[in-house]
Design a protein around this ligand. Sequence first.
Ligand code: NAD
Ligand code: UDP
Length: 309
Amino acid sequence: MRILVTGGAGFLGSHLCDRLIADGHDVTVIDNLFTGRKQNIAHLLQHPRFEFVRHDVIDPFKFEVDQIYNLACPASPPHYQFNPIKTTKTSVMGAINCLGLAKRVRARVFQASTSEVYGDPAIHPQPESYWGNVNPIGKRSCYDEGKRCAETLFFDYHRENGVDIRVVRIFNTYGPRMHEADGRVVSNFIVQALRGQDITIYGDGSQTRSFCYVDDLIEGWLRLMAQTETVGPFNLGNPGEFTMLQLAELTLKLVGGKSKIVYKPLPADDPKQRRPDITLAQKVLGGWTPKVPLEEGLARTIAYFKPRV
Ligand code: NAD
Ligand code: UDP
């Protein structure tokens, strides 16, 4: 197939491109390189079935393709809060541009949504049927509400125009090719531990997240796009749940060294708990289930960062 990946030079996008190229597809990436890097896809640039176009998804684009994966959007809180208006525009206008293209060329179109649509969840773990608890005017809203609006657009294009959509709500995913200055917790802790710097826990470290290794997530995405039973939304993630203090201690154990744990203020609206209910994905995606335990995934990610920091 001919497949368009927006945001394909980022962390998740570059892993997706590796899989799509390995599976024999023609892949076009469009990315404005805001948080992505050409080095993430450097090994693909000379490949005859791979093409990179520097382009902002806010501006319309036209490609003759069979599938579209819409990933373009900064994902780490410091990056999406750097220019919040741009973040909302990227989610909303990027979705409109992908959906308009999908409608014209009759492509199946995938939306990288997020567990952030649940906000600071009052229901735990979170099933897809939960509508969420999102502050519409806070620091995280540019991302959360942008992604919620994108989901609305996906489902309206589906209902009104018959566009063939797939929507996945991704829970915290980590692995090689995260940006060392990304600001997300896994890369922060690993880079700090490798550099012998203090490990910065925000708040008291009792808040929880569920961490999925990148390969498990991408496998779920491909199965989601291949099936025709349901359009989603699907939760994808690893239901193992850890406090940030547990994550810090595990990272320190694996890296070794002399870093100390220090406590910093908790950012506004930081969700207290998060764990996916993945019953739907496990039922529909042909036995998909996350396979890589946190300790093993962290070890692989540490091995990636070690020569780079
Ligand atoms: P990332 O920041 O590494 O990748 C995002 C990519 O989008 C980057 O290459 C960036 O340059 C590009 N981009 C940003 N704005 C753009 C624009 N206006 N036009 C074109 N390109 C643009 O983040 P990631 O972790 O790879 O996330 C990929 C997608 O998955 C995002 O949509 C994110 O919201 C979603 N997601 C990720 C996670 C996670 O844990 N990694 C969790 C939930 C959702
Ligand atoms: N966090 C932390 N130290 C850091 C970076 C993040 O304690 O150096 C916390 C953050 O406050 C949040 C959790 O780790 O409670 C996950 O943060 P991340 O930015 O990775 O993702 P998100 O909050 O979007 O799930």
